[in-house]
Design a protein around this ligand. Structure first.
Ligand SMILES: [Zn+2]
Length: 193
């Protein structure tokens, strides 16, 4: 799995041009057909994606190039998931968040639970990302809870990304920086380390 920019034409150009690296061994990825079609629930309605598949020239592993609007094994686009997390840290209950976003309440509760479970891991991971993006970065001040600290440092890392690479949606950046694993069961695997 590799998280890429959502502009598929750009991804295609990067893939064909040999600019994408294997997340396992850093060798060059080559085009290798497509993954299965999947529906992504977006604010603007369902959107069908058919992600590109790539094969590594070095280790021969294959990887699905998942756009950065997605998170691994989540059906909703990441800006919606991020909006739910931001509303929760601001004190809103999950049922109200669900009503506002038009998403089932259990789904929102599941996102929030997983995020809280991973808060310390995410805080540590995004702190490393933020420092890698901006070595001059000062200390990130505690925001009052493990949950709030994780949200704060994700925002700091997203701002550092923008300063370095230009405008980008903060939650799509968070998807990229976590390898799509923001709400995954395993630790984020990102090649900053
Ligand atoms: Zn490889």
């Amino acid at each position: 799995m590799l998280i890429v920019c959502v502009e598929m034409a750009l991804v295609e150009a990067e893939l064909v041009g040999g600019l994408l690296a294997c997340p396992s061994c850093r060798e060059v990825l080559r085009p290798w057909g497509h993954a299965r079609r999947r529906a992504l629930r977006c604010r603007s309605g369902d959107r069908w994606l058919r992600p590109r598949r790539a094969r590594c020239r070095g280790c021969a592993g294959t990887h699905v190039l998942l756009p950065d609007v997605c998170l691994v094994r989540r059906q909703d686009e990441v800006p919606v998931i991020g909006a739910a997390i931001a509303a929760s840290v601001a004190g809103m209950g999950y049922r109200r968040i669900a009503g506002r976003l038009g998403v089932p309440a259990d789904t929102v509760r599941g996102w929030l639970r997983r995020f809280v479970e991973r808060a310390e891991l995410l805080r540590a991971h995004f702190t490393r990302c933020a420092v890698a993006l901006d070595p001059e970065l000062g200390p990130v001040l505690p925001a009052g809870s493990g949950f709030a600290d994780a949200v704060e440092v994700i925002a700091v890392a997203a701002r550092a990304w923008v300063l370095r690479f230009g405008a980008a949606d903060p939650w799509r950046t968070a998807s990229r920086l976590s390898g799509g694993g923001l709400l995954a069961t395993r630790a984020p695997a990102f090649p900053w380390a």
